[in-house]
Design a protein around this ligand. Structure first.
Ligand SMILES: Cc1cc2nc3c(=O)[nH]c(=O)nc-3n(C[C@H](O)[C@H](O)[C@H](O)COP(=O)(O)O)c2cc1C
Ligand code: SF4
Length: 356
């Protein structure tokens, strides 16, 4: 039986325990140049000091048009590398593995940042039609992801994660309602996964065998079986580590029983663990706000690692509470997380801890 404080080796990278800090965008921290600021460095340093095993730095845009908002982190320019070195150093000084999530918003683009582009022309959230990418535009987009990964390696990251869920560009290629293509990038599982799989193969070639390649993938979009088949394509392309979250909808119903102490999104990660166990590590996420639930998931072999977002936003010392039973400030489960977009940053848990 694994324990939460057991190390795990992922593609040769030692992760000192089974707790990861999920990618979480800090909208009020980057400036219009999309560079890392002192606020980012302080934020990640505090989390690295809190005892977590692996940090996945927030969704980071591969080009200006792919940002969530104008104050969103980017890695499309060499001038953006230096700031990231402070984050990676803080993590490594604390023996924390660190990767960075790379993203493009695609058809959900913020019009202030760029046009809505994607696998197909479909109606977007604001009622306009997105632009269908040509094959040469797909290749150019792949170049942007690969070049951002090369910069990530130069910045000292142990690997990258492709943001393959939550309705953004990679998810849009995977999902049949946003990908209506009839060429090699649409239709079959293999074709819908091709956009990300080709990026993975190229990053592996450019960044070497030791660079950790992760995908945060959809647990069901709309079905678990399809999502697992998509992830199989990522694994064939060199993915070493799957973190599982939701796609454009929430969770496929019926994947958990009434007695299970975790929610439906986390249940998809549990099912992924069954499908990939013994091959590559998987991680589950969502609604895990109590130390006992982290232990339950690991000790019952329901996952290899547990991803925590709000628990560690609320209190960087939450991992220490799981590992050593120390006190912590619990996330209030606000209806809308105050670290989220377009909200004033006033985390009540942070205030309770006396940070602000
Ligand atoms: C403020 C905030 C920012 C987030 N940013 C990202 C992100 O950059 N990439 C991502 O994959 N998920 C993002 N998420 C989703 C979280 O990683 C996580 O999946 C979600 O919050 C559920 O986990 P939790 O219950 O542990 O908070 C974000 C969530 C929050 C609250
Ligand atoms: S307490 Fe509220 S603002 Fe703070 S992490 Fe939890 S949900 Fe987000």
């Amino acid at each position: 039986m694994a324990k939460v404080n057991d190390p795990i080796v992922i593609n040769g990278l030692k992760v000192k325990n089974r707790i990861t800090f999920s990618p979480t965008v800090k909208f009020d921290m980057a400036g219009p140049d999309a560079k890392v600021t002192e606020k980012h460095v302080r934020h990640y340093t505090e989390r690295a000091e809190g005892g977590v095993g692996l940090i996945c730095v927030e969704a980071t845009a591969v080009e200006p048009g792919g940002r969530f908002a104008k104050n969103h982190l980017g890695l499309w320019d060499d001038a953006q590398i230096e700031g990231h070195t402070f984050i990676t150093k803080a993590c490594h000084d604390n023996k924390v593995a660190v990767i960075i999530q790379l993203n493009h918003t695609g058809i959900t683009a913020n019009p202030e940042c760029g046009p809505a582009i994607g696998p197909s022309s479909v109606t977007t959230r604001n009622g306009n039609l997105s632009k269908e990418m040509t094959v040469s535009e797909i290749k150019e987009m792949q170049d942007l992801f690969v070049n951002a990964a090369i910069r990530a390696k130069k910045a000292g990251y142990d690997g990258i994660q492709l943001h393959g869920c939550h309705g953004y560009l990679i998810n849009q290629f995977v999902n049949k309602t946003t990908n209506l293509r009839t060429d090699e990038y649409g239709g079959s599982v293999e074709n819908r996964a091709r956009f990300a799989a080709e990026i993975l193969r190229r990053i592996r070639k450019e960044c070497g065998e030791e660079f950790l390649l992760s995908v945060r993938t959809v647990g069901a979009d709309p079905e678990l079986a399809d999502a697992i088949a998509i992830a199989e394509e990522y694994v064939k392309a060199g993915c070493n580590y799957l973190q599982v979250s939701h796609g454009m909808g929430e969770a496929e119903p019926g994947l958990r029983s009434e007695e299970d102490p975790y929610n439906g999104i986390c249940a998809m990660g549990v099912h992924f663990h069954k499908a990939f166990t013994g091959r590559i590590p998987t991680s589950c996420a969502n609604g895990i706000l109590e130390p006992d639930l982290v232990k339950y998931l690991i000790e019952n072999d329901l996952t290899d690692t547990v991803d925590l977002a709000r628990a560690i936003l609320a209190d960087p010392a939450f991992p220490d509470a799981v590992l050593n039973g120390t006190d912590y400030t619990k996330c209030f489960g606000c209806p809308r997380c105050q670290y989220g977009p377009f909200t004033e940053h006033k985390c009540p848990a942070e205030i309770k801890r006396g940070k602000k």
